[in-house]
Design a protein around this ligand. Structure first.
Ligand SMILES: NC(=O)c1ccc[n+]([C@@H]2O[C@H](COP(=O)([O-])OP(=O)(O)OC[C@H]3O[C@@H](n4cnc5c(N)ncnc54)[C@H](OP(=O)(O)O)[C@@H]3O)[C@@H](O)[C@H]2O)c1
Length: 337
């Protein structure tokens, strides 16, 4: 089979390999990969910005979807022929995160989806509903599950609540779609007026351009009659966190998701204290979160936003597309048709 692996350099590159198709051990599932999808972290790993947590020479990509072609002994959760995807943290079934879940992550500590076949423990398997294509399902495990987790942080998202999403990347657009499924009002910030139009078409009620309106937190307060939003999904970290807190109502949630602008930020404790905020990190999510998301998406037949689909041979171009920041939604690689 063809598999792309990280090189063993300190800042890894990517290298195409020909290797034998692996066989499933007990409780493992062999999947023929149809599609895989990129996340910000996949590019961050190549730029040496994601710590030393990756498996040397591992196969990248936490996200993909395909067909079960073989199962090991004692597998009960799936069978040959099933259309499946998988939770990023294979053994995080439900409940709050534990250290061992985070230390076990597809496309980081074990081989990911940028290969024609992948072996995954059956614990991780999530079924794909009939209406959803492999390419669409491939976009969900990291960004969509994170969006779901982030919006249900200290309390479940409620109809009529107001949610602030940031940017037009994978997590942000899934957060918008989840919020709309719940009947929440969505406000958004983005880097360009053209991207703002896409956000509006998807159901954002108002969009603020954070380049032309650097004090966008004031605009968000105006849009909420000075109260602030119920839930903010913070994507950029360093440049957004203080304004995210200022945009969120007293007693609201700020979900710390990303670091697209850097790892710093310096949120003063007093900003959290005065507004009685819950500010908490997200670590993607459990399989039960993924399954809850899948049920909700199926009910509404929600389709993920795919920016562009690249062929397997074009995997380097797919990474370039993500690195450009010009994408809207998810960058997908079709591994086999
Ligand atoms: N903690 C977790 O569990 C978890 C899970 C998934 C992802 N993440 C992190 O979340 C972040 C987003 O991931 P992703 O996969 O959605 O990335 P992505 O698809 O590459 O999207 C990133 C988008 O962020 C927006 N952005 C960049 N700088 C911004 C700023 N200063 N203010 C507001 N928006 C900004 C841009 O959209 P516009 O051009 O429209 O502004 C950009 O396209 C990354 O840092 C990623 O590592 C964390």
């Amino acid at each position: 089979m063809k598999a792309v692996r990280w090189t063993s350099d300190a800042t890894p590159g990517l290298e195409l390999h020909e290797e034998p198709v692996p066989s499933p051990a007990a409780r493992e599932v062999l999947i023929r990969v149809h599609a895989a999808a990129l996340n910000f972290r996949d590019q961050a790993i190549l730029e040496g910005k994601y710590g030393g947590h990756t498996q040397p020479n591992g196969v990248p990509l936490s996200d993909g979807a395909g067909e079960v072609v073989a199962v090991g002994n004692c597998v009960t959760r799936t069978k040959v022929g099933d259309r499946v995807t998988a939770n990023c943290h294979p053994h995080w079934l439900s409940g709050p995160p534990l250290p061992e879940y985070q230390l076990d992550s597809l496309g980081m500590t074990s081989d990911g989806w940028l290969a024609e076949y992948i072996l995954i423990h059956e614990n991780a398997i999530v079924s794909i509903p009939d209406y959803m294509s492999y390419q669409q399902a491939a976009t969900l495990p990291c960004a969509a599950v994170t969006a779901w987790t982030a919006l249900n942080l200290s309390s479940p998202l409620q109809p009529g609540q107001t949610v602030l999403v940031q940017g037009t990347g994978g997590v942000a657009l899934f957060a918008l779609q989840v919020a709309r499924m719940f009947g929440a009002r969505v406000l958004a910030i983005t880097s360009s007026d053209a991207k703002a139009e896409t956000l509006k078409e998807m159901g954002a009620e108002a969009v603020v351009n954070y380049r032309t309106t650097p004090l966008w937190d004031k605009a968000i307060l105006e849009l909420t009659e000075g109260r602030g939003v119920d839930k903010t999904v913070d994507i950029a970290g360093e440049t957004t966190i203080v304004k995210s807190a200022a945009s969120t109502r007293i007693g609201g949630d700020v979900a710390l998701v990303g670091f697209t602008s850097g790892f710093g930020g310096g949120l003063p404790p007093i900003d959290v204290l005065f507004r009685s905020l819950t500010v908490a990190g997200t670590a993607i999510g459990s399989r039960s979160n993924f399954e809850a998301l899948m049920r909700a998406m199926k009910q509404h037949e929600v389709k993920p936003v795919i920016d562009r689909v690249f062929s397997f041979a074009e995997y380097a171009q797919a990474y370039q597309r993500l690195a450009s920041g010009d994408h809207i939604g998810k960058v997908v690689i079709e591994v086999s048709g």
